[in-house]
Design a binder for this molecule. Structure first.
Ligand code: PLP
Length: 383
């Protein structure tokens, strides 16, 4: 058997990528200033409905700048879910603040709102106009929901909780380009939202990110901070410690071409999700992430749960079907393990042990989907 490898999630570069990159090379405009950056920002703002978009070097940098802009710093806490990609927690530490980890629920795999609400009611107190975590005495400055796998939690309830406790909302919507809640695009519910264009995301610039917001002042500040906080077009005068977090023009050129294809990508992703659900639903103990009728997800990376996960990971990868376990929970990573982890039953651990992401590239063929499904069934049937 010499079958072709089926990747987990790779970019589809089927549009104007070559043309626009060649344009950058031909004109020499590859670096930090150039028309494609502006065009890319405009396209993402239009697509999401956000007033403004500011391109960054990656999604992690976008998160860092968002936290920085709303004043998160040392001696603060930021609430995040315990199940997320490590960048969420890292970006909090970059500001000097310490994450508080909230367990995830086993239905939609997002931050558990019951646990969040109980935590805020019982373990925090108002002090000098701030919300303080009683155990540490530190201020809880912001909350960062993560739209895990492009799904979205009960946002109405989430926002009501955030408002009640006066928490600034910064959305880690890096996986959710193309996902909506009640028709509104992910990343547009909080003060600031973020997008990632990493290699495995729904569109990719190789590496890249964006901040989206309706607040013009914050958008201007984000541009300033991500471009070394330079205030004069000629003189090297910078008015604060800025960051070199800009996205370069040659990568934005790829981004413009990718945005042109995004609507088709989403259509295909949804087909892939439906095919997997039809073919794997009801087989053995396999279950899926549930989504509410208020949510349309971008179907970014299809992930199933089964107790056979350890064997499946090994066997599928051996059979050239590239799969990955669901993230290791933040409380199990050495640099985050001392964070306060708020939970009842440690669902995070259960999700991690049972979750497996399976090939979901936009370019995956129906035959490849069948091969993935047949192999999953074959492996589970033979345990
Ligand atoms: C991809 C991702 C990020 C970071 O984006 P990069 O562009 O890779 O820096 C942050 N949070 C989550 C949940 C992600 O999936």
């Amino acid at each position: 058997m010499n079958e072709k490898l089926i990747p987990l999630s790779v970019p589809t570069l089927a549009g104007n990528e070559w043309k626009y990159v060649k344009d950058c090379l031909d004109t020499g405009w590859i670096s930090s200033v150039g028309a494609y950056v502006t065009e890319f920002e405009k396209k993402v703002a239009e697509f999401t409905g956000a007033g403004f978009a500011v391109a960054t070097v990656n999604g992690t940098a976008a998160l860092h700048i968002c936290l920085n802009m709303v004043g998160v710093g040392p001696e603060d806490h930021v609430i995040i879910p315990n199940i997320t990609f490590v960048a969420t927690a890292n970006s909090v530490w970059y500001t000097g603040a310490e994450p508080i980890l909230i367990d995830t629920n086993l239905t939609d795999w997002q931050m558990d709102l019951d646990i969040l609400e109980k935590f805020l009611a019982e373990e925090t107190t108002a002090k000098d106009g701030n919300l303080v975590y009683k155990k540490t005495g530190k201020v809880i400055r912001a909350i960062m929901p993560v739209h895990v796998l492009g799904n979205i939690c009960d946002m109405d309830r989430f926002l009501a909780i955030a408002e009640k406790y006066d928490l600034v909302v910064i959305e880690d919507s890096t996986e959710a380009l193309g996902s909506t809640y009640k028709g509104k695009h992910a990343g547009r519910f909080g003060t600031l939202g973020t997008v990632s264009f990493n290699g495995n995301k729904i569109i990719s610039t190789g590496g890249g990110g964006m901040i989206i917001t309706d607040n013009e002042e914050l958008a201007k500040k984000a541009k300033h901070l991500t471009t070394t906080a330079k205030t004069d077009p000629l003189e090297y005068f910078h008015d604060q410690v800025g960051y070199n977090y800009r996205l370069v023009n040659v990568l934005a050129a790829i981004g413009v071409a990718q945005m042109e294809q995004l609507p088709e990508f989403i259509v295909r992703k949804k087909e892939v999700v439906q095919l997997y659900k039809d073919k794997l639903g009801g087989f053995a103990d396999i279950s899926f992430q549930e989504q509410s009728d208020d949510v349309t997800t971008n179907g970014w990376l299809f992930t199933i749960r089964t107790k056979h996960r350890p064997l499946l990971i090994q066997e599928l990868n051996k059979r050239k079907i590239i799969c990955r376990p669901f993230w290791t929970p933040m409380n199990q990573l050495p640099m985050h393990k001392n964070c306060h982890y708020i939970n009842d039953h440690d669902n995070s651990s259960a999700l991690h042990m049972s979750g497996i992401s399976i090939p979901s590239s936009t370019s995956i063929t129906n035959e490849e989907i069948d091969r993935v499904v047949d192999n999953i069934k074959d492996i589970i049937q033979h345990v």
